[in-house]
Design a protein around this ligand. Structure first.
Ligand code: AGP
Length: 590
């Protein structure tokens, strides 16, 4: 999952592309590149590593009326200069940037090689440039691109420039996000509105079978299937450019953790404890299936607790990547909930499309407005967290968890949870544990084995806490049910082991305490996150106290010190907290 950006019509320095690529490089940061047209020729610079590397390379490139750029998450071919985008046709007349995977690239490549086209990279994407060039021999350029699109299989968002038409970009997308920015005297395209919102709030979200021709003054879109010009939909952005700025924060991850009180307040103000969730379900459902990936999946596990206990409907939570290839028990009485921050995660989108095909009604719980999962669902609830740039999801997880509670209340027609409105202030209280957490992070960074434990909904919080520590600090950790420990994992425990226990549910605290005593008995160190008034001094002095809240709300608070713990442990280990290695913010490939 890469990020692509392009502009046409405004004479701009190469730096204009670099600046806006930086805003989307959370989508992939293995390499970057850009192409502009100078004096009728395509000039390209690209480099392995971060976007910044391009600044040293753009030396003699001149301002250009047209430019495209790319930031990469490697799928085919290792991160290298040669595998970086943009890719050029053999005759260097055509340049392309691509996000997605061309599944039939091997066949297309061998056919083109037989026709004398050369390839320099290991990527699937390079085939697009030579395919367009091969059709451009006998067709006009737009026709050549259309013919090339017809040959492609897989997922793609692509921008193409041609040195013969220096004031035009051609773009198309299928199963990959691509947004057009419709500023008055220039036009933009990007994988994310975050690099468009500063210049215009007028956008078009590209749909399947659309081919767009962008020039200075207009964007023309044709339907590739019917060859008809389309009167396309223009949306007004509500996001702000501020989201892409760090403000007083050192990084986006800490900025986003500290924005959690405001995010939760926005949801409560907007959705009024569920009453204003615009969800007019057409029927009563006898089953709910939730599907998602990573952090969103963990929010789904907490959602199951809410939906089963508040709405009294049986819920199964499915890993989307597994759901797509297994037998599923879904029918037209099933409500399928797809949870996704980006709204673009391929596995989750596929799972929703599969459930829809079988007859389920689909609710998208997403954060990115206008994203594919939102556009293809029957119902949408936006989690209103604002743009989340840090690759490790923090504020979006909190907003997903609270939104699931509000959906449960909506389905139940009642709200058994007390004092929800106090949450924003209680989150501010929890954030004040940061200094204590920072001290504990130095302990965690030195341990051999660190694991998270709890029972019931606290185990779900432990799952998410473990993922945060893994992806931010690269420490190998796991979550395990406290009751499950004695069935094997307890063998790991010695004095170089730290167990981080979450205890927020009064009905099961005694059971968890006895399991912690088993850890203590084997010299394991214990850190406790709790809102309960128990004396833990016989187990540990490292107790992170969070405010007393309704047990349903506890998971929304108890994860925050653990987000901070992962963050500070990563900082201590000098990790890049916003862009952890090997990751990307939106996983748009299977
Ligand atoms: C979370 O911190 C990770 N970045 C990752 O697990 C993420 O939750 C997962 O890829 C799902 O993303 P989505 O919410 O955008 O669908």
């Amino acid at each position: 999952m890469c990020g692509i950006f392009g502009y046409v019509g405004k004479s701009a320095e190469p730096d204009f592309i670099i600046k806006n690529l930086k805003k989307i490089d959370y989508r992939g940061y293995d390499s970057a590149g850009l192409s502009v047209i100078n004096y009728g020729q395509i000039k390209t610079v690209k480099s392995v590593g971060r976007v910044d590397k391009l600044t040293q390379k753009v030396g003699d490139l001149k301002p250009s009326l047209t430019g495209i750029g790319h930031t990469r998450w490697a799928t085919h071919g290792e991160p290298s200069d040669i595998n970086s985008h943009p890719h050029l046709s053999s005759n260097s007349k055509i340049a392309i940037v691509h996000n997605g995977i061309i599944e039939n690239y091997k066949k297309l490549k061998s056919d083109l090689i037989k026709k004398g086209y050369q390839f320099v990279s290991q990527t699937d994407s390079e085939v697009i440039a030579n395919l367009v060039a091969s059709y451009y021999k006998e067709n006009d350029f737009i026709e050549a691109v259309k013919k090339a699109v017809a040959d492609l299989e897989g997922s793609y968002a692509v921008a193409v420039i041609n040195q013969d038409q220096p004031e035009q970009i051609v773009a198309f997308a299928s199963q990959s996000p691509l947004i057009l920015g419709l500023a008055d005297d220039f036009k933009l395209l990007s994988s994310d509105v975050i690099s468009i919102v500063k210049y215009t709030d007028q956008v078009h979200y590209m749909n399947e079978n659309e081919l767009a021709v962008l020039t200075k003054d207009k964007v023309e879109i044709v339907d590739i299937k019917t060859n008809q010009t389309i009167d396309y939909k223009v949306d007004k952005l509500t996001q702000t450019a501020e989201a892409a700025e760090l403000g007083q924060f050192a990084d986006f991850t800490s900025k986003e953790i500290y924005s959690e009180p405001a995010v939760i307040k926005t949801i409560l103000d907007q959705y009024q404890e569920g009453d204003d969730l615009n969800l007019a379900f057409s029927k009563n459902f006898n089953k709910i299936v939730i599907s998602a990936c990573g952090t969103a999946y963990h929010a789904g596990l907490i959602g199951k607790h809410y939906l089963e206990n508040v709405a009294n409907i049986p819920v199964s939570v499915e890993l989307a990547s597994e759901f797509n290839y297994k037998k599923v028990f879904i029918d037209d009485q099933t409500l399928f909930i797809a949870i996704s921050q980006s709204g673009e995660t391929r596995d989750t989108l596929n799972a929703m499309l599969k459930a829809k095909q079988i007859g389920a009604e689909c609710l998208a719980l997403v954060n990115v407005i206008g994203s594919q999962i939102a556009r293809k669902a029957d119902y949408v609830v936006y989690t209103l967290a604002g743009t989340e740039v840090g690759v490790a999801s923090t504020k979006a997880y909190l907003s997903q968890t609270l939104s699931l509670l509000l959906i449960a209340q909506k389905l139940a027609g009642k709200s058994p949870v007390k004092d929800v409105s106090k949450l924003p202030d209680q989150i501010k209280q929890v954030l004040r544990t940061e200094d204590q957490v920072k001290k504990l992070a130095s302990q965690i960074a030195k341990q051999n084995v660190v694991f998270f434990t709890g029972r019931g909904v606290d185990l779900n919080t432990a799952d998410e806490a473990a993922l945060k520590l893994k992806e931010l600090s690269y420490i190998n950790t796991f979550a395990i049910g406290s009751g499950e420990l004695k069935h094997g994992t307890i063998a790991l425990i010695d004095q170089k082991t730290t167990a981080i226990a979450i205890l927020t549910q009064p009905n099961i605290v005694e059971k968890t305490l006895s399991n912690l005593k088993e850890i203590n008995a084997r010299d394991g160190k214990i850190i406790i996150v709790t809102n309960l008034d128990h004396d833990f001094s016989d187990l540990t002095s490292d107790v992170i106290k969070i405010p007393k809240v309704d047990p349903y709300l506890a998971p929304i608070l108890s994860i925050i010190p653990l987000q901070l713990l992962a963050y500070h442990t990563a900082k201590l280990l000098d990790r890049d907290v916003d862009k952890p290695r090997n990751l990307a913010k939106a996983v748009t490939v299977e």
